[in-house]
Design a protein around this ligand. Structure first.
Ligand code: A2P
Length: 265
């Protein structure tokens, strides 16, 4: 079988800010992935390119969906996103054949509470995981955090989580029997006023995160963590999480936390 990417068709494009947009493409019937994984995405090469430029993108849609959705940054002079941000319905996008990644439920040991810490487009794999029933079958409580610079950058995550209550598959799973939320989205901003201000690292260090979530601090006996953002954010957050006694797991050796990075230029 060829390893070259497949040619897929753009089905939908939505722009949120001058730095962020989401798009969906057709999904080949044989394309299988685990919720939380990423895949290489690109555009057909131009005349002056030897081969297409491909970048790793977390799949934002859940594994049961017949479309593939992605959440992307726009970088004006980025080799891929300078062109990708201009795609329109009907255009061709190249899709790699091998999804991979560590932000998968199987890389974590069972626990009581699942935390997903994200900044910017690092929310993408969690957009997939919060739409997968298995996430709620495995944990009593699911808490996603999303930290951005400005309020506009929270549109995608806030709408997606708010709409979940109407989702035919997970709608009933995101609330407990007593009506309290089983899934919580905690947002914070670093460069604009917001009920919760500050980097996720600061919120963990000061304990404000646990106050906002109504939980005790992280505990390796009960808490599992997934982290996705820029490299610095991942490194800094992972160090703090490890400080609570959680150890890093992988597909072959599940433990208490996992990290990922999916950034594009
Ligand atoms: P800040 O505004 O203080 O830089 P970016 O768009 O640059 O990826 O940033 C997304 C969010 O991640 C911003 O709110 C930013 O905060 C925050 N951030 C950047 N670096 C780190 C880090 N090392 N640890 C935690 N949060 C970070």
């Amino acid at each position: 079988m060829s390893n070259s990417p497949t040619e897929e068709t753009v089905l939908d494009v939505e722009h949120f800010t001058d730095r962020l947009f989401a798009f969906s493409i057709t999904r080949p019937p044989a394309f299988r992935f685990r919720t939380g994984e990423f895949i290489m995405i690109g555009l057909p090469k131009t005349e002056d390119q030897k081969r297409p430029i491909m970048r790793a993108y977390s799949i934002a849609s859940p594994a049961w969906d017949d479309k593939l959705e992605f959440y992307s940054i726009k970088v004006p002079d980025g080799p891929l996103t300078s062109r990708l941000q201009k795609i329109q319905n009907g255009d061709t996008v190249l899709l790699g054949r091998k999804p991979v990644g560590t932000l998968v439920l199987d890389a974590l040991l069972p626990g009581k509470r699942l935390w997903m810490f994200s900044t910017g487009t690092g929310f993408a794999p969690f957009a997939s995981l919060v739409r997968d029933p298995e996430t709620f079958e495995r944990y009593d409580e699911v808490i996603v955090t999303h930290t951005c610079r400005e309020a506009d950058e929270l549109q995608y995550s806030q709408r997606l989580v708010a709409d979940l209550i109407n989702d035919p598959l997970v709608g009933e799973m995101v609330v407990n029997e007593d009506g309290s939320p089983k899934l919580k989205l905690i947002t914070s901003l670093t460069r604009e006023d917001h009920p919760l201000k500050g980097r996720i690292t600061t919120l963990i260090e000061t304990g404000k995160l646990f106050e906002a979530a109504g939980t005790p601090p992280l505990d390796p006996a009960t808490d599992r963590v997934m982290i996705c953002g820029s490299k610095d954010m991942i490194d800094d957050t992972a160090a703090l999480v490890a400080g609570f006694g959680l150890t890093e797991g992988s597909n072959s050796d599940p433990k208490e936390f996992v990290i990922e990075k999916a950034f594009v230029g």
